[in-house]
Design a protein around this ligand. Structure first.
Ligand SMILES: *Cc1c(COP(=O)(O)O)cnc(C)c1O
Length: 395
């Protein structure tokens, strides 16, 4: 049996008709950029996330770039984030001229560790007279970018406490976790709505995927939302008068129309992913494999919330990761490694001066994690086959 990591063909088959109708309507209207479809999709995201503002953009990457520009984060600034993430998170920080500061992860979840943020601040920063923070090399710490990795929210309560104390903005990278919930203080909050701004990616393989590149920013502050809308169009307001330097960060009408058809199904897809994750856990437990492999954590504080995890990826851990992966490939089971190298060890960031050993948990995760096939339509038969092949490997 061949088991792909992700297969969206069945999902498309069930929605092909309404999607094609919407695409035809956009073609007939001959309006392709920032029109009624984008506006309607932005409204739908506001309702879904329970947030007052949503700004459709060209990708998740451009979303973060625009947010950093809107907050005027740039040269002589630093931003605290995780090195165990997709490149875009830190790439954007560097592109606006700020210094990415990498702190280690919580090995249980793979998300940024609030204790590691605290430790970094205590050991490497000085408080200014105004209560803000400066790094040893003199940059002002401006923000924290937690990444809600694999569909699970970071520890936002603890991160919020740190950001309040030191006047830092929180920008949530929710590229992999649209719809995921977290018990934030007393309320159940959706990913992306707990900081100054948050963003989603609609890259085709994300849980809500477009037919190309697309992204969305959400925020509470109206002024910030206005600034982001202006930045999305080259800082232009009114037409051909440029107040600030922005970019082309616009969302296409066709992508918005497609996403608008798919959004109402997102929660049922997340539920199906969760059911698949439950089945993996049940089977691994039944076969006594939980002593050999680490399963994804489901933090206790989010119990009772429907979307406590949306399983963008189902990632297990084992010290024998590479051998296991080879064996699964022989059985025609696709797997993936997210991520094989921490960002602090990437060549392009060598100027930041990190070395191997600086982020031990990130480095261990990069050696041990393996993503197994998961998508809403994955069959129990396919999952049984995957678990069976893993059991066989450890026998
Ligand atoms: C996908 C992703 C991004 C970038 O989104 P794009 O739409 O591909 O630009 C950023 N951060 C994380 C964690 C991602 O997974």
């Amino acid at each position: 049996m061949r088991v792909p990591l992700l297969d969206l063909s069945e999902q498309y088959r069930t929605l092909a008709k309404p999607i094609r109708t919407e695409i035809d309507a956009v073609l007939a209207s001959q309006r392709f950029i920032l029109g009624p479809q984008v506006e309607a999709f932005e409204k739908a995201i506001c309702t879904y996330c329970g947030t007052p503002h949503a700004i459709g953009v060209s990708s998740g990457t451009d979303a973060l770039l625009a947010i950093l520009m809107a907050l005027e984060i740039g040269r002589h600034d630093a931003v605290i984030t995780t090195a165990y993430t997709f490149f875009a998170t830190a790439g954007c920080i560097a592109r606006v001229g700020a210094r990415p500061v990498f702190v280690d992860i919580d090995p249980a979840t793979g998300n940024i560790s609030p204790a590691a943020i605290q430790r970094y601040i205590a050991e490497n920063c000085q408080a200014n007279a105004d209560g803000g923070l400066k790094t040893k090399s003199g940059e002002k710490i401006r923000a924290i970018v937690p990444v809600h990795l694999f569909g699970l929210c970071s520890e936002m309560d603890a991160i919020h406490q740190i950001s309040e104390r030191y006047q830092l903005d929180v920008i949530e990278d929710a590229a992999q976790s649209i719809g995921a919930e977290y018990r934030f203080g007393e309320r159940a909050a959706k990913a992306g709505t707990m900081g100054e701004a948050g963003y989603f990616s609609f890259y085709p393989s994300k849980n809500l995927g477009a037919a190309g590149d697309a992204g969305m920013i959400v925020c509470r502050d109206e002024e910030l939302a206005t600034r982001l809308r202006v930045l999305r169009q080259h800082g232009m307001e009114p037409r051909y008068y440029h107040q600030v330097i922005g970019g082309n960060f616009r969302l296409d009408e066709i992508q918005a129309a497609i996403l608008k058809v798919k959004l109402p199904h997102l929660d049922s897809w997340s539920a199906a992913r969760r059911a698949a994750a439950d089945f993996y856990r049940q089977e691994f437990t039944r076969l006594g494999l939980t002593k050999r492999i680490g399963l994804p954590a489901e933090p206790h504080r989010n119990r009772g919330l429907t979307n406590h995890h949306i399983y963008h990826q189902y990632v297990i851990r084992t010290a024998k990761r590479d051998q296991l992966r080879e064996q699964l490939a022989k059985r025609e089971i696709d797997t993936a490694i997210y991520y094989p190298l921490g960002l602090h060890e990437q060549k392009c960031f060598s100027y930041l001066g990190y070395k191997k050993g600086d982020l031990p948990e990130t480095e261990r995760a990069a050696r041990e994690t393996l993503a197994l096939p998961i998508y809403p339509e994955v069959s129990r038969e396919a999952q049984r086959y995957v678990v069976g092949a893993i059991a066989e490997f450890f026998e």
